[in-house]
Design a protein around this ligand. Structure first.
Ligand code: SIN
Length: 283
């Protein structure tokens, strides 16, 4: 197995293993590389849903995503991230990743690892970006680090309560059910998170999910969140991934945020399978 860095910020490709065949890799080495590089790319993989699920389980228990109408029909552990339509309905989460976020930080137990596998890609566009939240924290001004040291962010799934995001047009008709009635309760998490495996500190807010700061009036909280959100997506923190069919990318949501860049033609098919590993209560 060889591990080649993909950017100055974060991300590495792992060469020489077949994810569907455990005999071709040492999982501890893969896990160490993942902790070190935060995002790993495995190219040219040929993964049946069972292979994808089996590899994902090596990282922990899998979660059935709360977008219940976008799950793989035979494997509920797989979320379909897809622009494909059947009978006039999108089969997958067409708007997944449209704002920077860490997966399901709106839950008490947010996702630790996400594993996204590309099955069909548009000719152009459809890229994804990841940003390094260790470096985001480390490069904050000392005064900001001190100011946020004991603060907690309020995270919600409900887009209708978040002025930084829009309800996607495709969900205009069912927004109340999808983002209101079905939303989990707000989750309250430290703004500076300690990674449970590396012990490093990471900035843990995002424009998609963080709507306030516990116990702080919005007149103070919103400008502070604006400052942190602008800081966390500076270009030098980012790895930009151009997908090829057969790519499996695994990322660590405890120390990264990500964004699906779009940029493909209307009607183009972009179809991926995603699994999510249940993480710990952030501290
Ligand atoms: C996601 O946010 O999990 C989806 C990312 C993507 O589709 O590129």
């Amino acid at each position: 197995m060889r591990v080649n860095r993909l950017s100055d910020a974060l991300g590495a490709e792992v060469v020489g293993i077949d994810v569907s065949d455990p005999a071709t890799y040492d999982f501890d080495a893969v896990h160490r590389a993942w902790l070190a590089h935060q995002v790993l790319v495995f190219r040219d993989q040929s993964l049946a849903p069972e292979d994808h699920i089996a590899f994902s389980r090596r990282f922990g228990d899998l979660e059935v995503h709360l977008s219940a109408d976008h799950l793989h029909p035979e494997h509920s552990e797989i979320l379909l991230v897809s622009t494909r339509q059947e009978n006039g309905r999108y089969i997958g989460a067409v708007s997944a990743g449209d704002y920077w976020h860490s997966d399901l930080s709106c839950q008490r137990l947010p996702t630790s690892a996400s594993l996204l596998y590309a099955l069909e890609m548009p000719d152009v566009g459809g890229d994804t970006e990841w940003a390094d939240m260790y470096a985001a924290y480390e490069t904050l001004p000392a005064a900001t680090k001190a100011r946020i040291a004991d603060l907690k962010g309020v995270h919600t799934f409900n887009r209708m309560r978040n002025p930084r995001v829009h309800v996607p047009e495709v969900h205009n008709d069912d927004a109340k059910m999808r983002y209101g009635e079905r939303s989990p309760d707000d989750a309250i998490h430290p703004i500076i998170r300690t990674h449970p495996e590396t012990g490093r500190k990471a900035l843990y807010v995002s424009e998609r999910f963080t709507i306030g700061i516990e116990g702080m009036d919005d007149s103070e909280a919103q400008p502070l969140l604006d400052e942190l959100i602008a800081h966390q997506k500076r270009p030098e923190l980012i790895y930009h991934h151009k997908w090829t069919v057969g790519d499996l990318v695994i990322w660590d949501n405890r120390c990264t945020i990500h964004y699906a860049c779009r940029g493909f033609a209307p009607g183009a098919i972009r179809h991926l399978h995603r699994t999510s590993v249940i993480g710990d209560v952030p501290y």
